[in-house]
Ligand binder design. Structure first.
Ligand code: FES
Ligand code: FES
Length: 159
C-alpha cells in the first residue's frame, strides 16, 4: 500500500487538504484534487511551460514539482485570475489581440505574463519576447501574445 503524506495547499484562495502520495506532481494534484483543469500538461518534463502556475507569487513548472513540496504554499492557477465574474486585464487583452488561438499554452503564458509585468512594468517588445521565451506556443508566431502583453503594459502606463 502506498504511503501518503498529509498536505495543505491554498489554491486561488481556497485551502485544500489531501493525503497525497509523495510521487504525485503538483500539476496532477491541482488537476485531480483541486479541480484546476486550466493547468495544462504538454511535455511533462519542464520544457513547454503549459503547466506554469504561481507559487507564492512566482512562476513554477507544476509538472516538475511534487505536490508535497508545495505543502503550505499559496498557488494561483488561471482559474484564480478573474475576480467577481470579470476577466483579469491580461485575459481580456489576450482575447482582444488574438493571443488565445488554440488556448493550450494560454494559462501558462498568461501567468508568466503577469509575473513579467510585475517584475518589469514597462518592457520593450524584445523584453516581452525574452520574458515568455520559456513558454512554447505551437500556434503561429507569438505576435498576438506579445501584442496582448504590450496592451496591458501600455494600459497600466496610461498610454
Ligand atoms: S508540462 Fe510542464 S513544462 Fe511542459
Ligand atoms: S495558442 Fe495554441 S499552443 Fe499556444
Amino acid at each position: 500500500m502506498a504511503t501518503t503524506v498529509r498536505i495543505s495547499v491554498t489554491v486561488n484562495g481556497r485551502t485544500f487538504q489531501a493525503d497525497c502520495e509523495p510521487r504525485k506532481t503538483l500539476a496532477d494534484f491541482l488537476r485531480q484534487d483541486c479541480g484546476g483543469t486550466g493547468v495544462h500538461l504538454g511535455c511533462e518534463h519542464g520544457v513547454c511551460g503549459a503547466c506554469t502556475v504561481l507559487l507564492n507569487g512566482r512562476t513554477v513548472r507544476s509538472c516538475c514539482l511534487l505536490a508535497v513540496q508545495a505543502d503550505g504554499a499559496e498557488i494561483t492557477t488561471i482559474e484564480g485570475l478573474a475576480t467577481g465574474g470579470e476577466l483579469h486585464p491580461m485575459q481580456r487583452a489576450f482575447a482582444n489581440n488574438h493571443g488565445l488561438q488554440c488556448g493550450f499554452c494560454t494559462p501558462g503564458m498568461i501567468l508568466t505574463a503577469c509575473e513579467l509585468l510585475a517584475d518589469n512594468p514597462a518592457p520593450s517588445d524584445e523584453e516581452i519576447r525574452e520574458g515568455i521565451s520559456g513558454n512554447l506556443c505551437r500556434c503561429t508566431g507569438y505576435h498576438g501574445i506579445v501584442n496582448s502583453i504590450r496592451e496591458v503594459a501600455d494600459q497600466r502606463a496610461g498610454k
